[in-house]
Design a binder for this molecule. Structure first.
Ligand code: ATP
Length: 257
C-alpha cells in the first residue's frame, strides 16, 4: 500500500500557550523521519497528534489525502502503530497477551492462527520470545520498551510512530532495534516517524530529520545536510564536531568552556 503523510501548518495550544507553531512537513513510502529537538520542543505533542490522541489547534494532518480526524478508528489502527514514551499496561497480563492486544483492542473476533503467528514473529524480531509468558510488571524498563515496539510491529501498520523508542535500551539494543525497524520499513515499504534525542541514531537511520526548537521547525531535510555543528549550536546551544571514518559519520557534542 502506498502511503503519503502530510502535516500542513499544524499548531497546537495547551490552554493559551502555543507549543507547536505552523509545522509543515511530509513523507512518503519507505521513509524514516526523525523528530529532533531539545526537551519540551514539542516532539511528543507532534507524535500524539499524528496518532490522533491530541487534536491540533490549527492546520491539517492527512494520510493519503484523508484528514486523520475523518479516518475510522478501526482503519486508523491498521494504518498507524504507535509506541508511546510512557507505557500503560495491565500488570497481570503476559508479554504475549500485551503484544496481541495491540491490535485486538480494535478487533473483537476470535484470535486467528495468522494473528498468533504475527505476535510470535514480532517477539522473535525483538528477541523477546523467551519472555512471552512473563508478567509485564516483572519486566525491566528496557524489556517493556521492547514489548511495546513488538506490539506496534504485530499490528503490521503502514506508519510507525515511535516516541523515544530507545530511551530505556542499552547501546546494543538501541542499535538492534533501530536496525530492525529500518529493515522492516525498507523491506516492507512502511514509513516511520521517530522522536529521538540521540543525534547519531538520527544520522545513521533517518532519511529526513525535522528539528524542532521552541515549537517551530528550525531545520528540515537530509540529516547529513541539516545536522551541522552550526545547526546543533543554534538549537541546543552546544558545540560539536563531525567525525567521519569507515563506520560512518558521527556527531561529537561537547560543552565549550
Ligand atoms: N497535556 C499538556 N498540557 C499542558 N502542557 C503540555 C502538555 N503536554 C505537554 N505540554 C507542554 O508542551 C511542551 C512540549 O512538550 P512535549 O512533551 O511535546 O515536548 P518533547 O519535545 O517531547 O519533550 P521531551 O524531549 O522532554 O520528551 C512542553 O513545554 C510541555 O510542558
Amino acid at each position: 500500500m502506498s502511503l503519503n503523510v502530510r502535516i500542513d501548518n499544524v499548531s497546537k495550544k495547551y490552554g493559551t500557550r502555543t507549543v507547536l507553531d505552523s509545522i509543515s512537513f511530509s513523507m512518503g513510502d519507505g521513509e524514516i523521519t526523525a523528530l529532533l529537538g531539545p526537551n519540551g520542543s514539542g516532539k511528543t505533542t507532534m507524535i500524539k497528534m499524528l496518532a490522533n490522541i491530541h487534536e491540533q489547534s490549527e492546520g491539517t494532518i492527512s494520510i493519503n489525502d484523508e484528514n486523520i480526524r475523518d479516518i475510522d478508528p478501526v482503519d486508523l489502527a491498521k494504518l498507524v502503530g504507535y509506541v508511546p514514551q510512557q507505557f500503560l499496561f495491565t500488570p497481570y497480563s503476559t508479554v504475549f497477551e500485551t503484544v496481541l492486544l495491540g491490535r485486538r483492542q480494535y478487533i473483537k473476533w476470535a484470535v486467528t492462527e495468522e494473528e498468533l503467528n504475527r505476535v510470535q514473529n514480532s517477539l522473535d524480531a525483538l528477541e523477546i520470545s523467551h519472555m512471552a509468558g512473563n508478567y509485564m510488571d516483572k519486566l525491566s524498563g528496557g524489556e517493556r520498551q521492547k514489548v511495546f515496539i513488538a506490539r506496534a510491529l504485530a499490528q503490521e501498520p503502514e506508519l510507525f510512530l515511535l516516541d523515544e523508542p530507545t530511551s530505556a535500551l542499552d547501546i546494543k539494543y538501541q542499535i538492534e532495534v533501530m536496525e530492525t525497524m529500518r529493515r522492516i520499513t525498507k523491506e516492507k515499504n512502511k514509513s516511520m516517524i521517530v522522536a529521538v534525542h540521540d543525534l547519531n541514531l538520527a544520522y545513521k537511520y533517518a532519511d529526513k530529520v525535522v528539528v524542532l526548537k521552541e515549537g517551530k521547525v528550525a531545520a528540515y531535510g537530509n540529516p547529513h545536510d541539516v545536522l551541522t555543528p552550526e545547526c546543533i549550536k543554534s538549537v541546543y546551544g552546544v558545540d560539536s564536531f563531525i567525525v567521519e571514518n569507515e563506520h560512518g559519520r558521527f556527531i561529537m557534542p561537547f560543552k565549550a568552556n
